[in-house]
Design a binder for this molecule. Structure first.
Ligand SMILES: [Ca+2]
Ligand SMILES: [Ca+2]
Length: 480
């Protein structure tokens, strides 16, 4: 169960990725991922999920083809044949639980009752959990979904890829797409397969092969959250852990209900791919490499200056290499208060010391805000990396009440004192709900009460003496 839950909550790198190949959405099927990892029992009548596939109750494997296609008849069919689980076809063509003359309890009259039903005045009185004229139909109070079949009282046999009491949990793995355009799925997360729930609840816009659009509002939790299988509470997805390679080239920072990618200087976030990709400084940053030529490089750029020019200290544009004296004042059109050394016109006129003139011809330094000043002193700003981590614990003392706040890189987390659990928004510690504890109300439904909890047992189960779980009745423990 633990492995299954882990698998449901994360996406995995496919075998294809390790070989450097892209998962091709136009070939294969969405079972490709698991098939490469687990030798699976497939075909009809397979139950037990991906981790532990086995034949559904009432079926066994054929020795010749290895599929679950051999029905089991618990009373034996004698001279007849076992036609379907628990049903013999007798030599006279009649269907019966047995053809061998074995007296089945309750079969006292002409009507044959299946599944332990009792014949009273040629009418079957069915045991709890079965219906039909011959008690042949098991009852599933909650309907099996996703193609599941009701094979016993409140028992669904799920097709491959689904599990849960009602086959409601979809654990098929498939490609995840971050964009839908013109009714087509685009931007597949390369080399990654996810469950539909994880893909659509985190960064996906579409999932699967053939691809299907994610619902506008994910169920049962909002985007960024996944249901806890035990408590059903919505919990934050740690996208940074759940989705391999997310924010590659940068740093992924999880947050409650979301996450963010922080990219280093020289890179920017590609929103579709959710990766840090090279920033083309040459086309994106105004004024870059003025008086020269800009060459974009991976993670950076380079200015190649025209003749007579050299790079400024920040290497973001080119300045005239001519050097001369710089003057603090101009008096009667004469430059006075000469600098001790030569310098470029840029270093003289663009400094904050507000000098007055430069050079042997006493060029007047342009005033701040003029076009000439902008030309002489380009203002080129290179976007820098994301700001450093902020300590949420120190800035908000209300965080993690009933526990301890721990600052993490880019976020924080609560460590709760005994008896408390982290709330779904990750900001508080709440009283532990007894229904979320392991082993509580097994085979039943748990309801929290003021004093603890009560169990409501599933059909065919009764409350144990300590009232903490439900025990199967004898007839439900018996295999068909
Ligand atoms: Ca998150
Ligand atoms: Ca670049």
């Amino acid at each position: 169960m633990a492995s299954f839950m882990l698998m449901t909550l994360i996406c995995v790198l496919t075998w294809q990725q390790s070989r450097g190949q892209q998962f091709n959405s136009s070939e294969g099927d969405n079972q490709r991922g698991p098939r490469t990892q687990f030798p699976l029992l497939t075909g009809p009548n397979v139950c037990g999920g991906r981790i532990n596939p086995r034949c559904c109750p009432g079926w066994s494997r054929s020795s010749s083809v290895g599929l679950c296609i051999v029905p089991l008849c618990q009373y034996g069919c004698g001279t007849g044949e076992c036609f379907s689980p628990g049903v013999c076809r007798c030599p006279n063509g009649a269907f019966s639980p047995s053809c061998s003359g074995v007296q089945v309890e309750g079969q006292q009259c002409t009507v044959i009752c299946f599944n332990g039903g009792t014949c009273v005045k040629d009418t079957c009185v069915c045991k709890e959990g079965f219906s039909g004229n011959f008690c042949e139909a098991p009852i599933c109070q909650e309907q099996c979904v996703n193609g599941g079949r009701c094979v016993g009282p409140d028992k669904c046999a799920c097709p491959y890829g689904f599990t849960g009491d009602r086959c409601q949990q979809d654990y098929r793995l498939g490609p995840c797409y971050t964009e839908v355009r013109n009714r087509m799925c685009h931007n597949q997360l390369q080399g990654v397969v996810c469950t539909r729930l994880t893909c659509c609840a985190s960064i996906g816009k579409a999932w699967g092969n053939p691809c299907e659009r994610c619902p506008a509002k994910p169920e049962p939790c909002d985007r960024g959250f996944l249901p806890n299988f035990r408590s059903k509470a919505c919990q934050d997805i740690d996208e940074c852990k759940a989705i391999p390679k997310i924010c590659s080239g940068g740093r992924c920072v999880n947050s409650i209900g979301s996450y963010r990618c922080e990219c280093p200087t020289g890179k920017k976030l590609d929103n579709d791919l959710q990766k840090c990709v090279d920033r083309d400084e040459c086309t994106e940053i105004p004024g870059i490499c003025a008086n020269g030529r800009c060459e974009n490089t991976e993670g950076s750029f380079a200015c190649i200056c025209q003749e007579g020019y050299k790079l400024n200290n920040e290497r973001t544009f080119c300045i005239s290499a001519n050097e001369a004296f710089c003057y603090q004042r101009i008096v009667n059109n004469y430059c006075v208060d000469q600098s001790p050394t030569n310098m470029t016109k840029y270093d003289c006129c663009c400094s904050e010391r507000t000098p007055a003139g430069w050079g042997p011809l006493c060029d007047k330094c342009p005033g701040n805000g003029t076009a000439q000043h902008s030309t002489l002193c380009p203002n080129v700003t290179i976007p820098t990396a994301s700001p450093p981590d902020k300590n949420e614990c120190a800035s908000d003392s209300s965080l993690c009440s009933n526990g301890r706040c721990l600052n993490t890189d880019g976020s924080f987390r609560c460590e709760c004192t005994r008896g408390y659990l982290v709330s779904s928004d990750g900001k508080r510690c709440n009283n532990v709900d007894p229904c979320t504890q392991q082993g509580v109300c097994v085979n039943g439904r748990c309801f929290s009460t003021k004093d603890g909890f009560t169990c409501q047992c599933r059909r065919g189960y009764t409350l144990s003496s300590d009232r903490r779980s439900c025990i199967g009745n004898i007839h439900t423990r018996m295999r068909i």
